[in-house]
Design a protein around this ligand. Structure first.
Ligand SMILES: Cc1cc2nc3c(=O)[nH]c(=O)nc-3n(C[C@H](O)[C@H](O)[C@H](O)COP(=O)(O)O)c2cc1C
Length: 174
């Protein structure tokens, strides 16, 4: 076992964090500007994020964080809404495309538009249509708190991210 070190060593910090398994989401919004929602077409942005979590039931609030060096920062900072899509274990290709894909990340991705006109990925295990309620710059990320206006879910198993790899869950007896 590694002993605590001071100051925090970044690779060790990342290794320790990676022992905490998370689900994986793709968060989508519009790239911004003066576009009419009816004409948005392909001008959506999205990224893979494992930082999603719940905050509050009343009001219904969720949280996630966005790295300051993401090209999507300006879009999410000014967006009125975004959609958090929780990925199933059948959606590893979408996870990789929204994390590493070059060009249009929606290329080949099936989606429907939610009430706010933003992409809900087909096959997602759950989705949360959020109002962009508040933002808090902290360190090298911005923390976003979303107020959930609508949500839905489907049957299936989640995609899990841990120790730099992907897996699906195996239920234990009991
Ligand atoms: C499993 C996984 C989880 C990730 N979680 C986050 C996250 O919570 N926040 C974030 O800003 N980036 C996260 N990333 C990285 C972004 O998906 C990626 O850096 C981003 O899409 C880079 O491209 P961009 O500059 O077009 O945003 C994650 C990547 C992977 C593979």
């Amino acid at each position: 076992m590694n002993s605590p070190s001071t100051p925090i060593d970044t690779p060790q910090f990342k290794q320790a964090l990676s022992r905490f398994p998370t689900g994986v989401s793709v968060i989508t919004t519009h790239q911004g500007g003066d576009a009419n929602p009816a004409e948005w077409g392909h001008s959506f942005v999205g990224l893979t994020a494992s930082s999603f979590n719940s905050v509050s039931l009343t009001p219904p609030l969720v949280v996630w964080s966005l790295g300051l060096n993401s090209r999507t920062v300006p879009s999410f900072q000014k967006a009125s809404h975004y959609v958090i899509n929780v990925l199933s274990d059948q959606q590893l290709p979408a996870c990789q495309q929204f994390a590493f894909g070059q060009g249009d990340r929606f290329n080949g991705i099936d989606y429907e538009l939610g009430v706010a006109g933003l992409p809900i990925l087909k096959g997602a295990l759950a989705w949360f249509e959020c109002r962009n309620r508040s933002q808090y710059p902290e360190g090298d990320h911005i923390i976003f708190v979303g107020e959930v206006e609508r949500c839905g879910f489907a049957d299936g198993s989640p995609l899990v991210y841990q120790q730099g790899g992907f897996s699906s869950v195996q239920k234990l007896a009991g």
